[in-house]
Design a protein around this ligand. Structure first.
Ligand code: ZN
Length: 338
């Protein structure tokens, strides 16, 4: 009796281990984790990030640092550590760097980072970026920056939660994922430029950047529906990146992908105007998700009450499934264009 029991235990322990191994290799379907992206959570967090308490998150301000602490608290809560090789969740940027190009008397500020280590190719890193600074207080009015870029900020937090959950259940990404909240965007993309010049992981091992800046509203071109997102830059360096966006959307999200602003001749030049550009200029394939500008862009009424949370959720899910594919695909996206 006893012997058999022991034998059975050994056998079942083995088969259990086997199942887990197979499961961790088979990350083809993210459906279960797409559902972890919750509209309710996104809304709850955005109401905090864009609250008056954060005083418009001016680079280096007390309000921005408070927002940063709240973000770190969320990462700790959802089980996403700071990156390997760092000592905490901060990448410190001295005021001298922030004021070097144009002295705007900015104070020291920080990028904030969190990290999920890859299970098979931990040295290959996908960056997902969004800026968390905004324009602060002007003429006594707080500019809350709910869409710009509170929306991208909470999208990263929610995506990290889904990846952390997947990892806990044996479905962690094959490659590493770095969640990078950059500062100083509104003053000239300073935080992302600083990261690209002082990268925690080698640029050569950085497989792509997914940048999210303003995904919670709609523009006048899409007055009838918020079921769209502008996709900018995906095909500029890598056909693989473009194909990943198109096919993951088709499979899981089915939102209208609008490529209008991806035209290099478009006079708005959005490709050069947000943080992904500091990755692209180093040859890293980058895609920028964006809802276009609206009447409250850089206005005092860019507030949490005006966010369309269904759209924010759908676009976050799109960024998540693209990230999932890039982190789990057989090959990293090939750079096949100049
Ligand atoms: Zn922005």
């Amino acid at each position: 009796m006893k012997k058999i029991t022991i034998l059975l235990l050994v056998v079942s322990a083995f088969s259990c281990k086997n199942t887990q191994n197979i499961a961790s290799k088979n990350n083809s379907d993210p459906s279960k984790y797409i559902e972890k992206i919750s509209e309710k959570n996104l809304k709850e967090m955005l109401y905090v990030i864009a609250s008056d308490e954060m005083e418009g998150r001016e680079t280096g301000s007390k309000g921005q640092k408070k927002a940063g602490l709240y973000m770190i608290e969320q990462y700790k809560k959802n089980g996403t550590p700071f990156p390997k090789g760092a000592t905490d969740y901060y990448q410190h940027i001295p005021a001298s760097y922030l004021n070097a190009r144009r002295n705007e008397n900015l104070q020291d500020s920080e990028n904030i980072w969190a990290y999920i280590e890859g299970s098979e190719k931990p040295d290959e890193v996908l960056v997902i970026s969004a800026h968390y600074d905004h324009v602060g207080i002007q003429n006594g009015e707080i500019y809350n920056g709910a869409d710009d870029d509170g929306s991208g900020t909470v999208a990263l937090l929610e995506m990290a939660k889904a990846f952390a959950k997947a990892k806990k259940e044996g479905h962690g990404p094959k490659r590493s994922v770095l969640f990078l909240h950059v500062t100083g965007e509104e003053h000239g993309l300073h935080g992302s430029r600083y990261y690209s010049e002082h990268p925690l992981f080698p640029i050569a091992n950085t497989i792509a950047d997914i940048n999210i800046d303003m995904i919670g509203r709609r523009d006048v071109e899409h007055a009838k529906t918020n079921n769209y997102v502008y996709v900018i830059g995906a095909n500029r360096l890598s056909s693989d990146l473009h194909n990943a966006v198109v096919s993951q959307n088709e499979k899981y999200i089915k939102i209208d992908l609008d490529f209008k602003f991806n035209d290099p001749k478009d006079p708005n030049h959005f490709y050069e105007r947000s943080d992904h550009y500091n990755f692209a200029k180093h040859g890293i394939p980058a895609v920028f998700f964006f809802n276009g500008v609206h009447e409250d862009y850089h206005g005092k009424d860019d507030i949490a009450e005006k966010i369309e949370y269904d759209a924010l959720t759908k676009r976050t899910k799109l960024a998540f499934v693209v990230a999932w594919e890039l982190a789990n695909g057989a090959k990293r996206p090939i750079v096949d264009k100049k």
